[in-house]
Design a protein around this ligand. Structure first.
Ligand code: UDP
Length: 312
């Protein structure tokens, strides 16, 4: 039985990854300090004998007994609201946490995969974003704590690969949605669903012309799994290239929920990227991966989850 360590394993993405690796018969070590992760995301996994949960701050140290074959470093606040509220923790887990996770990979001879982000491209000046693009990031803006932590994390990951020969991979994750997002994580889709289901105004920031490209979580997990199992060490974008404006996605959720909520416009957060869409050529060519779940289907599944969470 191969062993995988997943930092941030009780989070939205981490918990789906834990589930996937248990299905593939891995021994799974889930590490999380629960600052944004939740026990409710993983309690259904605790019946597996090969699932272990450790509550710890991976930026202090990481201790896992025995052999480890794979490490996925997914610990970090990831919603703009969260990293604005926890700027120092975000920097620490991206920098010190990544260093610790890489140290563990080196000590155990494990393959390491870093959860990076489309945020490394900042407010991008090329569109769609290819992995060759170096980005347009404001280091001292409010989003800088996340963007620069992840850029540092990419740099130290490549350094461990080049200097120590550690097998490493970097996935640049674009906007992802699905069950287990926190209702109040502040991101667009949870806000829109919550507001629509409660009959509150739907808050679109700016004029809503900014775009994102939303990937359903099962597609993302498949891409991550394939990247981990490959020996690719350069960054790979994983995301759904179907781009939509925020105004249009708010309208889609309004229609899907049948709500009477109206859309209102509020001020755009500082440094909010105007466009975002992955070029997924590398994922297609290297991993044979492309997203399968159309937005209409993913939004329906996500609606069921939010209805249950809100008890409506
Ligand atoms: N947004 C919005 N209304 C909300 C929350 C977010 O219009 O209630 C916008 C936000 O300004 C951004 C986009 O939705 O342009 C996606 O924001 P999110 O926080 O989901 O993640 P980001 O892609 O910015 O990391």
């Amino acid at each position: 039985m191969a062993t995988v360590v997943i930092t941030g394993g009780a989070g939205f993405l981490g918990s789906h990854l834990c589930e996937r690796f248990l299905k593939e018969d891995f021994e799974v070590w889930c590490l999380d300090n629960l600052c944004t992760g939740r026990i409710s995301n993983i309690e259904h996994l605790c019946t597996y004998e090969n699932f272990h949960f450790i509550k710890e701050n991976v930026y202090n140290h990481i201790l896992v007994p025995g052999e480890v074959d794979y490490i996925l470093h997914f610990a970090s606040p990831a919603s703009p609201i969260d990293y604005l509220q926890m700027p120092i923790q975000t920097l620490k887990v991206g920098a010190l946490g990544t260093h610790n996770a890489l140290g563990l990979a080196k000590a155990k001879g494990a393959r390491f995969l870093l959860a990076s982000t489309s945020e490394v491209y900042g407010d991008p000046l090329i569109h769609p974003q290819t992995e060759e693009y170096w980005g347009n990031v404001n280091p001292i803006g409010p989003r800088g704590v996340y963007d620069e932590a992840k850029r540092f994390a990419e740099a130290i990951t490549m350094a461990y690969h080049r200097a120590h020969g550690v097998s490493t991979g970097i996935v640049r994750i674009f906007n992802t949605y699905g069950p287990r997002m926190r209702i109040k994580d502040g991101r667009a889709l949870p806000n829109f669903f919550r507001q629509a289901l409660k009959g509150e105004d739907i808050t679109v920031y700016g004029d809503g012309s900014q775009t994102r490209s939303f990937c359903f979580v099962s597609d993302l997990v498949e891409g991550i799994y394939r990247l981990l199992m490959s020996d690719e060490n350069l960054p790979v974008n994983i995301g759904n290239p179907e781009e939509i404006s925020l105004k249009d996605v708010a309208e889609e959720i309004r229609e899907l929920t049948g709500t009477k909520s109206k859309i209102i416009y509020e001020s755009l957060p500082v440094d909010d990227p105007k466009v975002r869409k992955p070029d997924t050529t590398r994922a297609r060519e290297i991993l044979g991966w492309s997203p399968k779940v159309p937005r209409a289907e993913g939004l329906k599944k996500t609606l069921e989850y939010f209805k249950k969470e809100l008890g409506v």
